[in-house]
Design a protein around this ligand. Structure first.
Ligand code: ATP
Length: 326
């Protein structure tokens, strides 16, 4: 019988501290090979620390991390060969052409002449940059640069491509293009993806999501499982006066309110909608939606991820800030 493929990521009871700051407190999960996995968490949750341990940029302290069965502690160089990185900050050599950027990367990973050329042509084709192969990287648009970084990230055929906020700074069209190429790569090569993002809608498309906060995994599962755990529809009402809010809370339980906007999470919104009928002339807006990952995040952490991220600035150097392996 063939041995089953090991998980592409296996994290077992991982702890990590920077001096007194406990960044990871016993993180455990497995991601099966071929999966698109999203790591969601607010600023300081421990995402970069986890990603750095996985990519061998930080030394392991306690616990075990494996990539496709390879131990990051004892098989670090094999782990690196199996890993592609796409950084948040641009990391191309702007003085080189599109093809030279790929060629250089291929050389670092020990790809031989003909194999290197063939592979470069293949990945350029996937991201639709073949016609630009002779152009200097400097003249490409932001979206094209990101596509080239993806092509470079998979040039050496890694098992896992790690993407740190890959669509930051891209317009909607370029963002869609990036995702379309990533999906093609997954379909054609069985590549696994690890995404860190604050665009929750990008995580909605993931096969598996981990929500991490203060160094702990609060939830792990498919987006549907996470939403089902919350078990709800979200009803948002606008223009709600305080007497109506009191009435709503008495009948339907605690509501979140901000100004005159009120949100209620209910497994069945029908009784609320029936109750609201006579009050409709008094409210200015009514919306019913299935719970989103944002709602799950809010429920678990008590904070909105968007708010968390809004004030974030990139002051602290990060292992995924574009410098790559030292
Ligand atoms: N080099 C460091 N020295 C001291 N503390 C650090 C260092 N790097 C991270 N930390 C702390 O460890 C915790 C986890 O940080 P980490 O960068 O892993 O979180 P994150 O989820 O990646 O956040 P971000 O989205 O801002 O990158 C935070 O409390 C952070 O302040």
């Amino acid at each position: 019988m063939p041995t089953p493929e090991p998980p592409v990521i296996s994290v077992q009871d991982v702890h990590y501290a920077y001096g007194d700051v406990q960044a990871l407190r016993g993180v455990t999960f497995d991601v099966p090979a071929g999966a698109f996995f999203a790591l969601l968490g607010p600023n300081g949750a421990g995402k970069s620390t986890l990603v750095s341990l996985l990519s061998t940029l930080l030394p392991m302290e306690r616990g075990e991390v494996r990539l496709s069965g390879l131990d990051v502690r004892r098989q670090a160089s094999a782990v690196r060969r199996n890993l592609g990185l796409v950084f948040q900050e641009p990391s191309l050599d702007e003085r080189l052409t599109v093809m030279e950027n790929l060629d250089f990367h291929g050389r670092i990973y020990g790809l031989r002449g003909r194999e290197r050329q063939a592979r470069a042509a293949e990945v350029l084709n996937i991201v639709e940059l073949s016609e630009w192969q002779g152009a200097l990287a400097r003249i490409l648009s932001r979206g094209m640069k990101r596509r080239l970084e993806i092509a470079r990230g998979v040039m050496h055929q890694p098992a896992l491509l790690m993407l740190d906020e890959p669509t930051t700074g891209l317009d909607v069209q370029s963002r869609r293009a990036v995702w379309s190429y990533l999906q093609t790569l997954r379909r054609d090569t069985g590549l696994s993806l690890l995404l860190t993002t604050h665009h929750i809608e990008e995580a909605e498309d993931a096969d598996l999501v981990a929500i991490i906060d203060r160094g702990e995994v609060l939830a792990f599962g498919t987006p549907d499982e996470l939403r089902e755990r919350l078990g709800t529809q979200v009803v948002t009402l606008r223009g709600v006066q305080s007497d109506l809010l009191r009435d709503l809370e008495t009948r339907f339980g605690a509501a979140e309110s901000s100004g005159d906007t009120v949100r209620l999470r209910l497994s069945d919104p029908a009784p609320l909608l029936a109750f609201l009928g006579p009050h409709l002339p008094r409210i200015s807006g009514l919306n019913v939606q299935a719970a989103s990952l944002e709602d799950v995040f809010l429920d678990l952490t008590g904070r909105a991820l968007r708010e968390e991220r809004a004030g974030v600035s990139v002051a602290r150097p990060s292992p995924t800030d574009g410098r790559g392996f030292q």
